[in-house]
Design a protein around this ligand. Structure first.
Ligand code: ADP
Ligand code: MG
Length: 595
């Protein structure tokens, strides 16, 4: 175990570390020094000049050059925050939260004070907030209330290369807002060189490249196609770890399940090796509690190698310093509309060549690195798309259509999209909104449609909530919708699966997951929202607290909209009817006997 002592000498922090009686003297960079070391700092003034002279600027820079954490601060230091907030959008919630925390640390303030963040159902900002990180979905919703985004003096659309659905829609809207508001600065940032498209879209606006500081990365393909990428990744990580060259490892996996298994198997195999050096295995994915997420940024004790196992969150959104080795499974999870079930589904797909190159690039930030691709060179060339299909062309657009309609965009086929969605997708979404009663025969928003747009939920959930006010079961539907808005509330600890299942059976309402949820919430409430009760019943207390918050927020909107909140008591057939009224298009008739 290492012992540490800290001093400060003339502004420089000195850390004395004692490991197994060896003394290591380490100079720790202060936060100011860390900021000044970033590539963006070298061109700070040039950046500010080009932004001052233009309404829209595209900024391209390698991941880790300081786009996300520094640009907002530069604008703030240059006085932009006097005229309005500096907003920065992120396609991912984790990135919005994590970066806001980092920037508030750099500025020496409390998170939520001068620097804050907002994601769906969670607003961590205050009246003092001048730098606001948020998901692109949040800014999109804000434009409903404030079509010209008057609260902002500058908007940074970060991670534009990700081409998330909300970013793409915002592109179209912001293009018009900038034309109306000459005082607004719009900055679009991208990690890839494919910036010409962005520049052309906004009318040939200037592009600024932040000169990078990268080292060569040796790319090694797998000789044969890999059958089990988790197993292959574990083997590769062990092989790296048991060799002398130091440097941290970053493994890319498609999602949470694979990450958990990889971490487990890696730890297990390592424990079977005699005298194996210690390895600090750190997972990161969006549903991981934020204190555990923060661990990936902490420096591990001297001499201990770090192995971060991540989703594509670590591809460009978050940068972990010190990575020398990258192991790339070649897969990611994408949201894709499945017309057969009429829903979006998160499924595992091969990554694109662009993703693959970004992933490899993570190995060359601090020194020459190596990237191990768990696919063959032939697969890379023949099977991977050059870039990923933008989300707007592959997901359900009902939500987007509803939003654009409430913003007064009548003819969606004429809306200025960077890459228009397939016409079939738009027509499909219009149809879906029409059968829900949100649009009339001429495609104009109905009263119900306008009410639906007020809720940050999917159209059928909005509809269910509003219909419940007519059926007198809003108290119940409010709980069900809130339960559906958080990740899984049940857990099954390893080795105690049967016990957990047994307890869960106590809540089970036959044939209805929705009513099961309602049941769980009601019992929790009857037990005074107790955490002890949750633990006893294998229920995540944090998730339940989140449900309570979401419920309150949705309730506030209902009250604002002057809806009455009635309960149907124990007459759950009314709840069943209400659910059917919103999901009838996903109903099926059972043929034959029901067991
Ligand atoms: P870019 O947006 O250009 O990819 P960032 O602004 O995200 O770059 O990152 C700049 C630097 O800040 C990187 O070296 C990164 O490691 C560091 N950094 C970002 N977030 C954190 C954090 N939460 N903890 C420690 N360092 C961080
Ligand atoms: Mg960034």
């Amino acid at each position: 175990k290492a012992q540490k002592k800290h001093w400060e000498l003339g502004g420089t922090k000195i850390v004395l570390i004692v490991v197994r009686h060896q003394v290591i003297l380490q100079e720790k960079k202060t936060i100011i020094e860390q900021r000044q070391y970033l590539p963006a700092f070298a061109v700070r003034q040039e950046l500010l000049n080009i932004i001052r002279e233009n309404s829209v600027v595209i900024i391209v820079g390698e991941t880790g050059s300081g786009k996300t954490t520094q640009l907002t601060q530069y604008l703030h230091e240059d006085g932009y925050s006097k005229y309005g907030m500096i907003g920065c959008t992120q396609p991912r919630r984790v990135a919005a939260m994590s970066v806001a925390k980092r920037v508030s640390d750099e500025m020496g303030t409390q998170l939520g004070d001068e620097v804050g963040y907002a994601i769906r159902f969670e607003d961590c900002t205050s009246e003092n907030t001048v730098i606001k990180y948020m998901t692109d979905g949040i800014l999109l919703r804000e434009s409903l209330r404030e079509p010209d985004l008057d609260h902002y003096s500058a908007v940074i659309m970060d991670e534009a290369h990700e081409r998330s659905l909300s970013t793409d829609v915002l592109f179209g809207l912001l293009r018009e807002i900038v034309a109306r508001r000459h005082d607004l600065k719009l900055i679009v940032t991208s990690a890839t060189m494919d910036s010409t498209k962005f520049s052309m879209f906004f009318g040939n606006v200037p592009t600024f490249n932040i000169p990078g500081r990268t080292f060569p990365v040796e790319v090694l393909f797998s000789k044969n196609p890999v059958e089990d990428y988790v197993d292959a990744a574990v083997k590769q990580a062990l092989q790296i770890h048991l060799q002398p060259p130091s440097g941290d490892i970053l493994i890319f996996m498609p999602g949470q399940e694979d990450i958990e298994v990889t971490c487990e198997v890696l730890a297990e195999r390592l424990s079977e090796i005699d005298n194996a050096p210690e390895l600090s295995i750190l997972p990161i994915y969006s549903q991981l509690p934020s204190d555990l997420q923060a661990k990936i940024f902490q420096r591990s004790p001297e001499g201990i190698r770090k192995c971060v196992v991540a989703t594509n969150i670590a591809e460009t959104s978050l940068t972990v310093d010190g990575i020398i080795f990258v192991i790339d499974s070649g897969y990611c999870k994408l949201k894709v509309y499945n017309p057969r079930i009429g829903m979006d589904a998160l499924q595992i797909y091969p990554i694109s060549q662009a993703n693959s190159n970004q992933r490899s690039g993570r190995a060359g930030r601090t020194g020459p690195g190596q990237a191990f691709r768990l696919y063959t060179e032939r697969q890379y060339k023949d099977e991977l798309l050059i870039t990923t299909v933008p989300e707007i062309q592959r997901t359900n657009l009902a939500n987007t259509v509803l939003l654009l309609k409430s913003l007064g965009v009548q003819d969606l086929l004429q809306f200025h999209f960077m890459d228009p969605p397939p016409q079939d997708n738009i027509l499909n979404s219009l149809y879906q909104l029409w059968i829900l009663g949100a649009l009339d025969h001429t495609g104009v928003l109905t009263k119900l449609g306008r009410q639906m747009a007020e809720f940050p939920l999917d159209p059928p959930q909005c509809q269910m909530l509003i219909v419940s006010t007519q059926m007198g079961c809003t108290a119940e539907i409010l709980i069900i919708v809130s339960m559906l808005s958080v990740p899984s509330i049940f857990y099954r600890p390893k080795g105690r699966e049967e016990e957990a299942d047994g307890v869960r059976e106590k809540f089970q309402v036959p044939e209805s997951d929705h009513l099961t949820f309602l049941n769980v919430y009601n019992q929790w409430k009857q037990n005074n929202y107790s955490s002890h009760w949750c633990n006893e019943h294998f229920i995540h207390i944090k998730a339940m607290r989140k449900v309570r918050e979401v419920r309150q927020q949705l309730k506030d909107i209902l009250i604002q909209q002057k809806f009455e909140i009635k309960s149907c008591g124990t007459d759950w057939d009314i709840v069943r009817k209400c659910i059917c009224s919103a999901y009838f298009h996903q109903a099926a008739r059972l043929k034959g006997k029901f067991k």
